[in-house]
Design a protein around this ligand. Structure first.
Ligand SMILES: C[S@@+](CC[C@H](N)C(=O)[O-])C[C@H]1O[C@@H](n2cnc3c(N)ncnc32)[C@H](O)[C@@H]1O
Length: 301
């Protein structure tokens, strides 16, 4: 007997994390990998946290950097009700059609042997001491875009992070997310968050001194056409600004586009620092120095 199954067909099991729908692009994938690998390479041990995972695109990459003894907690509403009307509207507009916890779990398990700790609830459920204070080394905030929620998520991350932990804030400048922008810059100006760097999508920050990390990021070698690096000073804060696809510059050796492998960051090269110095010079001086470098190279050849 033939029976007809009227349930919608499940999407194919992803072969690469890039097959998982989401909003997590190569430049940020590489920065996440670089920062998480660096933490491990310098002996920074701690738990990992993501608020807002959707179908798992960013969680899959973060989970790859989990070391023995570290926990990875993700928090998402998935198919549960939102805590208020504005959040419910956001969920209906952007996620409800495609998002289920089962779909997240299926995607995650295509790349990992076990699931992270899943908190299926509003991120406010993480406030208080649900996460041990100071236990985390890395937190990605990418859940609700509403000001009140994001401001709370930042405080939750701050309490959960160790002194030298890193927080990443998604959508800190998108036209449709002014609440995230407000909460982000409020954290910088009023709550001691120190920006490390920006990409078009995300602000990376810490409550520690970002100087060492910024120095290492400045010295990354790679493809100048693939990744632009600028420096801004914002009310005394140095902020590195990355843009472009960024593939080569931020790619620690041994990292593949699908995020496999966890090689330690390669030692700082000289050429990116030199390029940066060139970028900081006024254009006419820059052109003169570039001409000088070119003729020195030609003389050597
Ligand atoms: C932009 S998506 C996350 C994208 C994901 N990080 C990625 O890179 O693909 C935002 C997620 O936050 C969740 N979310 C929205 N409001 C939330 C809330 N108040 N508490 C917990 N999760 C929430 C949504 O269900 C959705 O999965």
């Amino acid at each position: 007997m033939v029976t007809l199954d009227s349930r919608p067909a499940l999407p194919a099991v992803p072969k690469s994390p890039d097959d998982v729908p989401g909003w997590f692009w190569p430049l940020d994938q590489q920065l996440f990998s670089w920062l998480l690998e660096r933490q491990t390479a310098v002996g920074q041990h701690g738990d990992l946290l993501e608020m807002g995972s959707y179908l798992g695109r960013s969680a899959i990459l973060i989970g790859r950097h989990r070391q023995p003894g570290e926990a990875f907690t993700i928090c998402d509403l998935f198919d549960s009700d939102a805590p208020d009307g504005d959040n419910a509207a956001e969920m209906t507009m952007s996620y409800r059609e495609t998002l289920t916890r089962a779909a997240f779990e299926r995607n995650y398990l295509a790349f990992h042997a076990e699931l992270p700790t899943i908190v299926q609830a509003p991120t406010s459920a993480l406030a208080g001491d649900v996460l041990a204070p100071g236990s985390c080394r890395f937190a990605h905030i990418d859940a609700s875009h509403l000001y009140e929620h994001v401001a709370g998520d930042i405080q939750t991350a701050r309490a959960a992070l160790a002194d030298d932990g890193i927080v990443v804030l998604d959508d800190f400048r998108s036209p449709h997310t002014p609440g995230v922008a407000a909460a982000t810059w409020e954290a910088v100006f009023d709550h001691g968050l120190r920006p490390i760097c920006l990409t078009p999508e995300k602000l990376y920050g810490t409550w520690a001194d970002p100087g060492t990390l910024q120095g290492e990021l400045l010295q990354l070698d790679g493809d100048v056409d693939g990744c632009n690096l600028d420096i801004d000073i914002i009310r005394g804060h140095q902020v590195l600004r990355f843009s472009g696809p960024g593939v080569a510059k931020l790619m620690p050796s041994g990292i593949h586009r699908d995020g496999r492998s966890a090689a330690p960051p390669r030692p700082a090269g000289r050429s990116a620092a030199r390029r940066l110095a060139l970028d900081l010079l006024p254009p006419i001086a820059t052109r003169a120095v570039r001409r000088g470098l070119r003729s020195a190279r030609e003389r050597r050849a």
